[in-house]
Write a protein that binds this ligand. Structure first.
Ligand SMILES: [Zn+2]
Length: 395
């Protein structure tokens, strides 16, 4: 357990205490003080949907050839080749790189969705170690799918979700890749497992029309209706994207107590469309879908795309992530309030000065203090080169 922490006073005279991982009114004797002169204390940002396995992409992932013309081709030529090339060492490097970049940008929680079909068993432990070691709060799952190895592959994915334990800074979720790559039996099993573990399901829904068309071909109205019909979505489950849902479907998700996560840069990059109906969502958070978890950059993209698409309901999305995380960790919902998670960022005119997660200082004076940044970069360069070679050999 970290020592009691006293943060502040900041420019507005605000001082916060963090004891035993939670914000409280007083730190007591022996507290460590974190200087905030000329700076502001702010809540740490939440990235509500990401993929730590793509953390090495900034190290020159070769472009797909021939260039993909549809979303399915993007998956087949890029992400489903990358995930099959991932092994333990490249995953470890990828996660540490992505977590370091997130923390340096003031992001204190990552909701991850993981797949590495050639390295399923033990993969979440690698992610858990990277998150815990560098100090980010995490919600982890393996995204069960049948697209490479049928129902047996899905069972291994679900078993991997069960394998990792929760901790003060970690929650386990039950992951499904998406409706269009799993059978009804896997959907039912995911719902059962989430209820047994007292957690929720994290799944891609209606990211592209292909997911909707698949669900209709199976005789349901769409992927959301199919997931609900198979009892795969306990209240509080997390649906990434929702690009191709109707306002009525979003209302249905509201009644089922579900979360949506919008991923503006990813949706734009994959040319899947803008999630118009999410303006009707009660609970919509913001994610990066594997892009660097700098939420200020993601929010700027959201503002730009919302304006271009006439969406005036996008303002509260970054803040909504705090409620999602507070719910998962049983903390007070108002960030920085009494009983809230001890996750905060001190920003000044130059950017992020300090970052605290669960009362632990992870960035101090702009530098990562929980790991050697030079070693992370060196390992990323080495593992990225190896990963691109492995990827090139997969067809
Ligand atoms: Zn995703």
């Amino acid at each position: 357990m970290s020592v009691p922490l006293l943060v502040g006073p900041d420019r507005s005279g605000r001082t916060l205490a963090v004891v035993a991982g939670r914000v409280t009114s007083a730190a007591g004797p022996g507290a460590r003080r974190l200087d905030c002169d000329g700076a502001d204390i702010l809540p740490g940002s939440v990235c509500a949907h990401t993929h730590l396995y793509s953390g090495l992409v900034p190290y020159g992932m070769p472009p797909p050839a021939p260039p993909p013309r549809s979303f399915l081709q993007i998956l087949e030529r890029v992400w489903w080749r990358l995930d099959r090339a991932i092994d333990a060492e490249s995953l470890r490097a990828s996660a540490r790189e992505a977590v370091a970049r997130a923390l340096l940008a003031g992001t204190t929680t990552l909701v991850d969705h993981h797949e590495s079909p050639e390295f399923i068993e033990g993969s979440l432990e690698v992610l858990a170690e990277a998150c815990e070691g560098l100090g980010v709060r995490s919600l982890l799952c393996y995204g069960a799918t049948e697209r490479n190895g049928g129902p047996a592959e899905a069972r291994r994915g679900l078993a991997e979700c069960r394998r990792i334990d929760p901790s003060p800074t970690r929650r386990r979720l039950v992951g499904l890749h998406a409706s269009f790559t799993v059978s009804d039996e896997t959907l039912r099993e995911a719902g059962r497992l989430a209820r047994e573990l007292g957690t929720v399901v994290h799944v891609h829904v209606a990211e592209d029309l292909a997911d909707v068309e698949d669900a209709r071909a199976r005789g349901t109205a769409g992927p959301l209706e199919r997931l609900l019909a198979q009892d795969a979505l306990p209240r509080g489950s997390i649906l990434a994207h929702g690009v191709h849902l109707s306002p009525d479907e979003v209302a249905l998700a509201n009644r089922a107590g579900l979360w949506f996560v919008q991923n503006p840069r990813s949706n734009e990059g994959n040319r899947v469309g803008y999630p118009q109906a999410l303006r009707h969502g009660d609970r919509v958070a913001l994610g990066t879908d594997g892009w660097v978890a700098d939420m200020a950059v993601e929010e700027a993209a959201l503002r730009r795309l919302a304006a271009e698409n006439g969406d005036d309901g996008a303002a509260g999305r970054l803040g909504a992530g705090h409620a999602l995380v507070a719910e998962a960790f049983g903390a007070a919902p108002e960030p920085l309030g009494e009983g809230a998670l001890g996750d905060l960022v001190v920003r000044d005119g130059k950017g992020v000065r300090h970052v605290v997660v669960n009362g632990r200082i992870v960035i101090e004076d702009g530098h990562l203090v929980t790991a050697d940044q030079v070693e992370i970069t060196r390992t990323s360069q080495r593992e990225a080169a190896r990963l691109w070679k492995r990827m090139a050999a997969i067809h």
